[in-house]
Design a protein around this ligand. Structure first.
Ligand code: XMP
Length: 326
């Protein structure tokens, strides 16, 4: 059988019982494939790599080596959550690399969006390569490939895929969720005991906040973006929109608008809110956010985030706007 083709007969995993059976089956399969060898995994903290990590920890424990590269473009507390859940909670063999200075150094002064993506993608591979070269006896590379990645390997995601790993890595692949759809991966993740907010989190692009800190990234504007985005996410959680909206975030353009804060003029940045619904990211509609929620978010961002003087809302559907800003 071509293992890249999901058999029609395969049952969809919709319940905890079916997920438990899938997990038991994969634990056996991984143990049989790997034996006593070591497996390497790039753990971003996204749904797919997190579920693969939890599954492999269950199957082979410390034979799995997870590498989490913090490129400095993560959302607030994201890397901390990876360390807490996997390093502390699941006692994973976790290598944490804070490569913030490397990435932000290379990105300094670069404003072209594709160039930014290339730098982030290329540097990610370099950092991961360097870390794996320090390790001994790694025979396998685990990946959070899911079924739509195989189906759409020529599509949008492949084009965007900057979290990709070098093709010339001389290792056999371990891809335990490659025949699953995203909703099935989530059911399996919950059955493995991962937190609901990690398993059901919204999509987040590989280049992270790098494509939301528009134009040439500066540390201060990136910091303001991260704080404003955290407020948006917190308020969406509080009012139930987080469960309803497919993707929502703040972008901060490289422009200022005047404001008056504490009686003084401030040339501050604008935080732009975007909240969209879609099924496949090819087209998207705008979620209507109640005005009281918008007022609260605006009040919090302008009072809590240094350097931001205005909050705007983008109501452009896709097409004609893309989901991200650049
Ligand atoms: P656009 O902006 O093209 O986005 O409408 C469609 C979906 O893709 C995500 N996206 C990316 N994902 N690397 C990624 O891994 C990227 O460079 C990238 N650019 C956009 C975007 O967040 C949305 O979900």
């Amino acid at each position: 059988m071509d293992t890249n083709v999901r058999p029609e007969s395969m049952q969809r995993i919709t319940t905890k019982e079916l997920a438990d059976a899938f997990i038991a089956e994969q634990v056996e399969a991984v143990r049989a494939q790997v034996g006593d060898k070591k497996v390497l995994l790039a753990l971003s903290g996204g749904v797919d790599s997190s579920v693969v990590a939890a599954l492999l920890i269950k199957a082979i424990g410390k034979q799995l080596v997870c590498v989490h590269v913090n490129h400095g473009l993560m959302r607030k507390d994201e890397s901390e959550q990876v360390i807490k859940i996997f390093g502390e909670g699941l006692d994973a063999n976790l290598i944490y690399v804070d490569a913030t200075d490397r990435f932000l150094g290379l990105l300094e002064g670069v404003s072209d969006p594709e160039q930014k993506r290339k730098i982030i993608g290329g540097e990610f591979i370099k950092v991961f390569d360097e870390e794996s070269a320090k390790l001994e006896g790694i025979s396998f590379l685990a990946q959070g490939t899911i079924y739509p990645d195989i189906l759409e390997s020529d599509g949008v995601k492949a084009h965007h895929n900057v979290g990709g790993l070098p093709e010339d890595m001389d290792m056999q692949l371990v891809e335990p969720v490659k025949l699953l759809y995203k909703d099935e991966v989530r059911v399996v993740g919950e059955a493995l005991g991962l937190p609901h907010n990690m398993v059901y989190r919204q999509p987040f692009p590989g280049p992270g906040l790098g494509v939301r800190c528009l134009g040439a990234i500066t540390r201060d504007r990136l910091h303001a973006l991260r704080e404003a985005d955290a407020i948006l996410r917190e308020e969406f959680d509080n009012c139930g929109l987080a469960e309803k909206v497919w993707q929502y975030f703040v972008a901060v353009p490289d422009m200022t608008a005047v404001g008056v804060i504490d009686g003084k003029r401030l040339d501050g940045w604008c935080a732009v809110i975007r909240a969209v619904n879609t099924v496949d990211a090819m087209t998207a509609t705008i979620e209507e956010i109640p005005y009281d929620v918008l007022h609260k978010i605006t009040a919090r961002i302008t009072s809590e985030v240094k350097g931001i003087s205005r909050v705007l809302m983008d109501i452009t559907p896709k097409p004609v706007g893309t989901i991200e800003f650049e």
